[in-house]
Design a protein around this ligand. Structure first.
Ligand SMILES: C[S@@+](CC[C@H](N)C(=O)[O-])C[C@H]1O[C@@H](n2cnc3c(N)ncnc32)[C@H](O)[C@@H]1O
Length: 362
């Protein structure tokens, strides 16, 4: 096998371009993702493969001419390297990867653990076929399973390590159940407010639970089944039976992309989805919705700090948002790395600083 000398030691035998499809996607004018074809722009394609940038390899679950949402990609090589070192992979370990994508990361894992020890699961059949064929051609006979990674792959369990390369809000207990005692699970965890995720490293205990701390923010796509769904508010807002109040309290930073406030509020209200619309006068209305309770709320900034709040549905979402934000302020604005998660067969529990310090109910 050819050697590709990169600055990071263990990655030297795997060339990313073996795994990148001939058509990749780049942001074009007018905010659309458009195809960049190897045959039309061979040097741009090669430059992307050699870069440390993420490369989008599918949009809108398989659109062919243009798209709006990246749905498969090859993550940045330096991030893959960092995640693999956090996973602490040793030769002979059995590894389960969720989200095969191009197959590149599976090859990196195979290089360390042995291809026969790596199983990777990909939900999209076309993407899975590409990864299978690229891994085969590159001589890494990894098992590529087409299916929903939430079910893991019990046939090869127990695993020493589980790594997800798509983010989750609800951690499938299956991953814990299929990992051996003292095994490690690494995944990007994110609420609906911040779906890209923050890395979470879990250690599996012999009582069948797993526990660990969050560390750094990353930008992964969400597993298909947990993509956020929005409540429709456009027409209902003006015709529906909402309540209207005023407030002087506007947690603006919750609406800023990837702010710490946004992350922290998401730990308390993981199902809350954000939105923003432009008003005729150029100002913005800030919106939140919760699909599971069919509720929405909005805040329209008003003069002299008197903002209009509208709420509709089973939950008074703006009140909950304010309570979660105030809790975060009172707790001293903790950063993501002070939070942790415990996963049990009954579900997941988020805590601050230590597993016995559950977040208080809202
Ligand atoms: C960021 S890409 C993975 C990158 C990949 N590890 C690589 O090295 O190229 C995320 C992948 O997760 C896949 N995915 C989304 N939901 C999934 C699920 N429920 N089970 C398995 N794969 C899933 C997507 O189709 C996508 O290919």
């Amino acid at each position: 096998m050819p050697c590709v000398w990169r600055e990071w030691g263990s990655m030297t035998r795997v060339d990313r371009k073996w795994f990148i499809p001939d058509t990749v996607w780049v942001w074009g004018d007018e905010g659309w993702l458009v195809p960049l074809r190897r045959q039309d722009a061979p040097s741009d394609w090669a430059e992307l493969c050699q870069s440390d940038d993420p490369i989008i390899t599918q949009v809108d679950d398989g659109a062919t001419d243009r798209g709006l949402e990246p749905t498969s990609s090859s993550s940045a090589p330096s991030l893959m390297q960092e995640m693999i070192s956090m996973l602490d992979v040793e030769a002979g370990m059995k590894i389960l990867e969720i989200g095969s994508g191009t197959g590149y990361n599976a090859a990196l894992l195979a290089q360390l653990a042995g291809a026969e020890n790596v199983t990777t699961v990909e939900v999209d059949p076309n993407v899975a076929d590409h990864a299978r064929s690229a891994l085969h051609k590159a001589d890494f006979p990894v098992t590529v399973v087409t299916g929903d990674g939430a079910f893991g792959y019990p046939e090869h369990a127990p695993y020493d390590r589980v790594i997800a390369t798509a983010s989750v809000r609800d951690i499938p207990y299956t991953w814990v159940a299929q990992c051996r005692d003292s095994g490690r699970i690494l995944l990007p965890w994110g609420s609906n407010l911040d779906s890209g995720g923050v890395l979470l490293t879990l250690t599996v205990h012999n009582d069948g639970t797993a526990e660990g701390k969050l560390s750094e923010p990353v930008a992964f796509m969400r597993v298909r089944e947990q993509r956020r769904k929005n409540v429709s508010w456009s027409d209902d807002e003006y015709e529906g039976n909402f309540t209207q109040t005023t407030t002087s309290h506007f947690p603006r930073e919750v609406f800023e992309v990837s702010s710490t406030a946004r992350f922290a509020v998401g730990t308390r209200l993981p199902e809350l989805s954000p939105g923003k619309t432009k008003n005729r006068d150029g100002s913005h209305t800030y919106r939140i919705s919760e699909y599971t309770s069919d509720s929405w709320a909005s805040l329209t900034p008003g003069p002299h700090g008197k903002h209009i709040v509208r709420q509709q549905g089973a939950r008074r979402l703006w009140d909950s948002l304010e309570a979660a934000y105030d809790w975060w302020l009172q707790a001293g604005r903790p950063e993501p790395d002070r939070f942790g998660i415990t996963v049990t067969p009954e579900g997941q529990r988020i805590w601050l600083d230590s597993p016995d310090n559950d977040l208080p109910p809202l």
